[in-house]
Write a protein that binds this ligand. Structure first.
Ligand code: GTP
Ligand code: MG
Length: 187
């Protein structure tokens, strides 16, 4: 007999995603791990912004291209973030679990973002908080800190938060999938 060939048309999406947070928190390392499955101990500060592309075969009918904008930590004190944020549809804010000052900067990054970028319907873009370098925290976060982090993330308007390690490849795919799921829902 005759076989019908299923013609599946794939829907393709291109999303601009920001990666922000203080100097040296691991933004570039997270992007390199996510896109190239590569990690280096060497620190080379990003100047301005770096770009990377991650292609996801989300499901049989959906392809997602993530254009990642890896923004230098020092840019929070510069004049360029408004330009860099333009037309982004999602963001990661990264802090370093071993450096408290980078955690204290999280609300500053989040409000800088929300003040400069609003979606057409007046809402803020979905944003996921990354608690990076979890490989440096012996035995991981204790339950009470997890509960506090849940509260903090909710309070500051984050969609979710994840413990990540660019070094050991922990939590990055889960965090990205969480963000993409939300963006797909919105679109
Ligand atoms: P700027 O570009 O200056 O804003 O910094 P960044 O946020 O891009 O940080 P970067 O990725 O360059 O990492 C800074 C340092 O932290 C480097 O020495 C990395 O090797 C190290 N690092 C990044 N992620 C991790 C991690 O998950 N675990 C450990 N142990 N070290 C990490
Ligand atoms: Mg960098």
């Amino acid at each position: 007999g005759q076989h019908d060939r299923a013609v599946v048309t794939k829907k393709e999406h291109l999303y601009k995603i920001l990666v922000i947070g203080d100097l040296g928190t691991g933004k570039t390392s997270i992007v390199k791990r996510y896109v190239h499955n590569f990690f280096s101990q060497n620190y080379k500060a990003t100047i301005g912004v770096d770009f990377a592309l991650k292609v996801l075969d989300w499901d049989e009918r959906t392809k997602v291209r993530l254009q990642l904008w890896d923004i230098a930590g020092q840019e929070r004190f510069g004049q360029m973030t408004r330009v860099y944020y333009k037309e982004a549809v999602g963001a990661f804010v990264v802090f370093d679990l071993t450096r408290n000052s980078s955690f204290e900067a999280v609300p500053k990054w989040k409000s800088d973002l929300d003040n400069k970028l609003v979606l057409a319907d007046g809402s803020n873009i979905p944003c996921v908080l990354l608690a990076n370098k979890c490989d440096c925290v012996k035995d991981g976060l204790i339950q009470s800190s997890r509960t506090q982090m849940d509260e903090f993330a909710r309070d500051k308007g984050f969609l979710a938060w994840f413990e990540t390690s660019a070094k050991d490849n922990i939590g990055i795919d889960d965090a990205a999938n969480c963000l993409v799921r939300k963006i797909l829902e919105n679109s």
